[in-house]
Design a protein around this ligand. Structure first.
Ligand code: NDP
Length: 329
């Protein structure tokens, strides 16, 4: 197997030199185990703060859609596909117990049948990011028809799905992303207002787009962006803290959830984590149905070749991806 490991702990935005590719034998396939070969590998923002915590030499963690190529497990015959928590590697051994773990970050799963859709969607809109958008928006923000929903990093894997689910639920949607091409796509997806946060002022845009104020804020970015948004929240607004990507690569951990605004507006702020939902498969089935019906559209940025893992990952922090970033092994 080829495996990407951490060569140095990243400082600021990760660089290619922070990663090194090693070769290692896959251990023997024993009773209950399967050996898998990666077809598509995911790069996700959370890998950044994890890489900053673990010692160098540690294999990079992550999910992949992979094919069973050797099996000692009757439930997973050769040729079946799984969503494996195998990390950044071409081949891996998965023990039977890795399918029973009660923690998304460690659990492997059988890939739900996706035909005629591409299997890579099991890492995106019909996978963890899709479920994050689905449950995060509906269970944390609880948007009602006619309410105003704001989402940032809106042309990414989670954000683009949030935009469309909010529209399906009859909301007014304001979306921010980091390029004019992304803004154009967000308008195609139905966003009522879409802005390039790199060339506009968030405060001015929100005064224009939401004079009625924002009921639901699905936050992927945190930091100054969030500090600019909170004064535009409606009383009793709901904030889903999904991620804070602007903090993952810098050392400025300023707390945007400043007391006075949160108290004055009586906001409900809730952190969300993919581990919290038990009806995972129901979420995936709903996302699949919407994709097949054309109600939820998706884009992917596909990097060709396992050697592109670091490049694909680093690109998340400069906004190189539109929709879900994946690597085809
Ligand atoms: P994306 O596909 O959205 O990729 C990341 C995007 O973030 C980039 O394309 C870029 O778009 C934007 N971005 C990067 N740096 C900055 C910055 N400094 N300021 C503003 N925007 C930035 O990734 P995901 O959809 O996978 O993840 C989105 C967020 O959701 C992340 O914060 C992630 O950690 C979080 N998340 C949380 C989960 C949970 O369980 N709570 C589960 C999954 C994801 P642009 O061009 O617009 O800048």
């Amino acid at each position: 197997a080829r495996i990407w490991t951490l060569a140095k702990q990243p400082v600021g935005i990760p660089r290619k030199e922070d990663f090194s590719c090693i070769e290692k034998e896959v251990s023997e396939c024993k009773n209950g185990d399967v050996i898998v070969e990666a077809e598509y590998l995911s790069v996700d923002p959370y890998m950044c703060f994890m890489a900053k915590k673990v010692p160098f030499g540690t294999p990079m963690i992550g999910t992949q859609v992979s094919r069973v190529i050797e099996s000692k497990n009757p439930d997973l015959p050769v040729g079946s596909y799984v969503v494996a928590q195998a990390g950044w590697c071409t081949h891996a051994r998965l023990p039977a117990k890795s399918f029973q773990i009660d923690n998304w970050f460690k659990r492997s799963e059988i890939l739900i049948p996706l035909e005629p859709l591409p299997r890579s969607l099991g890492l995106g809109v019909i996978g963890m990011p899709g479920n994050t958008a689905y449950f995060g928006l509906l269970e944390v923000c609880k948007p009602k028809a006619g309410e105003t929903v704001l989402v940032n990093a809106a042309a990414g894997a989670v954000g683009s799905t949030v935009v469309q689910i909010a529209k399906l639920k009859g909301c007014k949607v304001i979306a921010f992303a980091g390029s004019d091409e992304k803004v154009a796509w967000l308008k195609e997806l139905g966003a009522d207002h879409a802005y390039n946060y790199k060339t506009t002022s968030v405060t001015d845009c929100l005064s224009e787009a939401a004079p009625e104020k924002i009921n639901c804020y699905f936050d992927n970015v945190g930091g100054k962006f969030t500090a600019d948004v909170l004064p535009h929240m409606a009383d009793y607004g709901r904030v889903a803290v999904c991620g804070s990507i602007s903090n993952y690569t810098n050392d400025d951990h300023s707390d945007p959830y400043c007391d006075p605004v949160v108290k004055a507006k009586k906001l409900h702020i809730e952190g969300l984590n993919v581990n919290r939902w038990s009806d995972w498969t129901q979420g995936l089935e709903q996302m699949k149905e919407w994709v097949l019906e054309g109600k939820v559209k998706y884009r992917e940025t596909v990097y060709e070749g396992f050697e592109k893992m670091p490049e694909a990952f680093i690109g998340l922090f400069s906004g190189d991806n539109i929709g879900k970033a994946v690597v085809k092994a």
